[in-house]
Each structure stands twice: as C-alpha cells, then as structure tokens.
Write a new protein. Structure first.
Length: 283
C-alpha cells in the first residue's frame, strides 16, 4: 500500500510540475527573447541571449509609453465607475425590497449569455448617435470607456450581489434600528465588507480592458488615442527592417505592456484570493 501511495504521489507531482512548466515557459520565452538581437533570435532560437541587449527595453518603452498612458487612463476611470455602480446595484439587489427586483436581476444575468461580439454593433450605433465618434478630443476616451462600462457591469453585479446575499441580514437590520439610512449602511457597512470582492472585480475588469483589441480598434479613429494592445500592433509594423522583424524590441514591448497587470495583481493578490472564495460559506 505504501509503494502504491508513493507511486501515485510521484505521478501526481510529476503532472503538476509538467503543467507548471507548460504554463510558465511562454512567459520565460518572452522575457528571454526580449534581450536578444535578431541574429541570435534566428540562429539560436532556443538559446539564451548573447549578448544581452538592454537597449531593446529602452526602445520599446519609448515607443509604447503614449499607448500605456492611454490604457492607464481608460482602465483606471472605467474601473472606478464600474466599482461604484456595480457595488450600489449589487447592494440594492441584495438588501432592498422593491417590485420587479428578481425580474430586473434576471435581465442583468441574461446579459451574461450574450456574446460580447454581438454587442459591438449596438454599442457602436449608440455611440454614433450620441456624437462621440469624433476624430480627436477627449470624446475618444469617453467612447472607449462607455463600451467597457456597458460590457463589464453584469458579471460584477452578479458576484457582488452573491456576496451580499451571504452576509447576515441582522447586521444591516441593527444599523437601520440605530437610525442608519440605506446610503449610510451602504458606504459604512457594505463597502468595508466587500473590499476583497471589489479587488477581484478590479483585477478581472483590468484584464478584460487591458487585453482588449477589437473595441478600441472599432471606436478609435486617431492613432494618438490607441490603447496598448493596438500600440503593440503598430510597434510590430514599425520594427520592420527589410523583410525582417526586430523581435527583441517587440518582445520587450510585450513585457513592458504586461508590467502594470503584474504590479496590480501583486498589490491586490491578498484581497483577490479572498474575493475568489468570498460567499462560499454562508454566515
């Protein structure tokens, strides 16, 4: 029996290690390639850089810095608005009693069943009718943000409401008895409780916005307002040297573009992990 357990444990750990290597190797390959020159990339594809070309990062950062700024502005503003509106909606659906509450919540959940691709044309027509599809100006940012505000709400409302449903009603009832109105109960009791869930929503929303390529491409008419995903595509276009692509700077651009996501995850990792399990146990 001991031998069987040992063999089973070995196989189990071997599978985990294999999957871990399979998952992390693309990241390792990206980082290693970002330090290569073209000659090393083509002649020694799997080898380590020799020499290590640090200038690749300087070139990549210089090129995609404006696009990073655009993505940071759009992502930060969109996340703040989404956290505010979805936390209020989740609180209302979970704690307030009003006619048609469940019907409205089912309508919100129905939005999760509609593929995002099918929502592109209605959003585009709506923004066009609002006069936001202009060549330049701050309305370019607003047009991109409104698309994300409309697309990221349903999932966030769902998980926030689910967490509020797991909290004891007595906590909020006691606050009402003490003279606390609903708005005060929302920002003094509810918001501190859902910090882990808000962190989860923020991380998931940032990933969706930061990596999105299609919506900014459709809405944006001026390259000056491109997001980082579109900027990297432009970077690939300007790193042509004859028929060759300068892969070192291109991969360095990928690494630089991923840094804000890595930093945010490290900062919010504690709350993110708590948010993933929030509401799993009924109180």
């Amino acid at each position: 029996m001991t031998v069987k357990r040992t063999v089973a444990a070995f196989i189990h750990h071997a599978i985990i290690i294999f999957l871990l290597v399979l998952t992390l190797y693309p990241l390792f390959f990206t980082v290693i390639t970002s330090f290569k020159d073209n000659e090393r990339f083509y002649q020694h594809f799997w080898a380590l850089p020799d020499p290590w070309v640090m200038a690749n990062y300087a070139d990549a950062f210089r090129f995609i810095m404006p696009y990073l700024g655009n993505s940071l502005i759009i992502s930060a503003a969109s996340i703040l608005v989404i956290l505010l509106t979805t936390s209020m909606a989740g609180y209302a659906f979970a704690r307030l009693r009003f006619p048609g509450r469940e019907v409205l919540f089912m309508a919100v959940l129905a939005l999760l069943m509609i593929p995002s691709v099918l929502q592109l044309i209605p959003r585009f027509i709506l923004l066009r009718d609002l006069g936001l599809l202009v060549p330049t100006g701050i309305r370019q940012y607003v047009a991109i943000m409104l698309g994300y505000l409309g697309g990221q709400q349903a999932f966030s409302v769902f998980i926030i409401r689910s967490f509020f449903d797991s909290q004891p009603e007595d906590l909020f009832e006691a606050a009402r008895i003490d003279g606390c109105n609903e708005f005060r109960a929302y920002y003094q009791i509810a918001i501190p409780l859902i910090k882990p869930v808000l962190a989860t929503v923020a991380v998931v929303t940032l990933l969706a916005i930061w990596n999105d390529y299609l919506w900014p491409l459709i809405v944006t008419t001026d390259k000056k307002y491109y997001t980082v995903a579109l900027g990297l595509l432009q970077y690939k276009g300007v790193t042509l040297l004859g028929t060759l692509i300068l892969y070192g700077p291109l991969f360095a651009g990928y690494v630089v573009a991923a840094l804000p996501l890595i930093i945010m995850y490290i900062v919010l990792m504690k709350y993110f992990l708590q948010g993933l399990t929030a509401g799993a146990i009924k109180m």
